[in-house]
Design a binder for this molecule. Sequence first.
Ligand code: 5AD
Ligand code: SF4
Length: 483
Amino acid sequence: MEEKTLDENRQGELLMVEENALPLAPKNGKKLLLESYGCQMNFSDSEIVASILTQQGYTTTRDAEEADLVLMNTCAIRDNAEQRVRGRLQFFSGLKKKRPHLQVGILGCMAERLREKLLEEEKLVDLVVGPDAYRDLPNLLDNLESGQKGVNVLLSREETYAEITPVRLNTNGVTAFISIMRGCDNMCSFCVVPFTRGRERSRDAESIVNEARDLFQQGYREVTLLGQNVDSYKWNINNKGEISDPSKPTVNFAQLMEKVALIHPDLRVRFSTSHPKDMTDEVLQVMAKYENICNYIHLPVQSGNTDVLKKMNRGYTREWYLERIAAIRQYMPDCAISTDVIAGFCGETEEQHQDTLSLMKEVGYDMAYMFKYSERPKTLAERKFEDDISEEIKGRRLKEIIDQQMTHSAACTQKHIGKIQRVLVEGTSKKSTEHLYGRNSQNVVVVFPKGNIAPGDYVDVQMQACTSITLNGSVVQHYPRVI
Ligand code: 5AD
Ligand code: SF4
């Protein structure tokens, strides 16, 4: 297992608009290449950008050689994420020499972090647009036509793109992301997100439920509700408890999830990311009540030591975190739990590192995303603490964390063997065209013989064998999708 998130596995994926999903806007003859890096939120944002630009008449391409406009939706969370984008930018700069009319733009977190720097000092791009300014893209592109450079990195307290219908990119027609909130107010000391994505704000609950219902009617069978901290979702009520519109109900995350689950029992609901300090029993109760809310929680711990957690400004202790894990297990004994861990945060001692290992052992995570600490400009940690753990020690600690997690992941996958579980079918297995794959409620990939089964169907699978992260089984019951 490398230091890599699931999301990063998809990094640089080219995003194509499905032809049949194109809204009816007159084409302008220009081709857009849209590349996305980083978290699921960025992939979801790219679907908003695609919606805005297809309305302007752009069509998409995967081929850089034929693109008129290249947009890279970027991530700034760790330095290596930025370096990857910079490498790619150099490539596009080379292409620009051959084809001077090519326009190159940076979207997302790097745009926000570096602002005019990319535009002016490095002269690598024509367009720099932050995560809250995508509505301004048509206008900025017009400015480019008249020879001006385009930059808008204004962050907003209100923008949620609520009424923009995303254009689904690279879709399997079965699973989709729905963004329910934007920004983050948590200020974890290592994290650049509050600076690049701005203040936390929630999206209108009704627009979220409508989007999920539309997706179900189009044949989708799973939605993932996305936010940096979904547990602090609240609609029609602010942090002080003041209600914005007394004629309408207030909605918290547990209530929102219930509304989405009630759309149809065949629509699966997932969500990401939870925060240990905010995850309520109400959320767990709703999860336990509805069969179609998946038994999977991503609960980033970051460190197993209370003093390090305090320095990270996470707002909980080791004991608090373990109590939340106990609560999850009490409501849903079968629930899979995954986490994020950072190795070698400022001043981390060997004992504190051991506390992370012991916590991970105690929880027995199904899966983990594991990282070396990477100092980020402007963050609290950069200003207050020294990044004093050497690369060598960070690397060794990370390896210990990864090695231990690999044994936990394998044991967790093994636990499913012998059981019959409901699986939502997503597509053809990468290894064999005679096999399909899907996921069980716990988010484990399950491979099984194709038969007459199609993506979007549900199947009950008897689990027979596994690798460390994938299950194999045979189908005992088939429920075809009815659209
Ligand atoms: N260095 C290393 N990892 C980080 N993360 C966030 N900021 C940093 C950083 N500066 C990790 C955290 C977070 C995940 C999305 O990325 O574990 O939960
Ligand atoms: Fe970053 Fe913390 Fe917000 Fe997550 S909760 S985005 S780690 S500041």
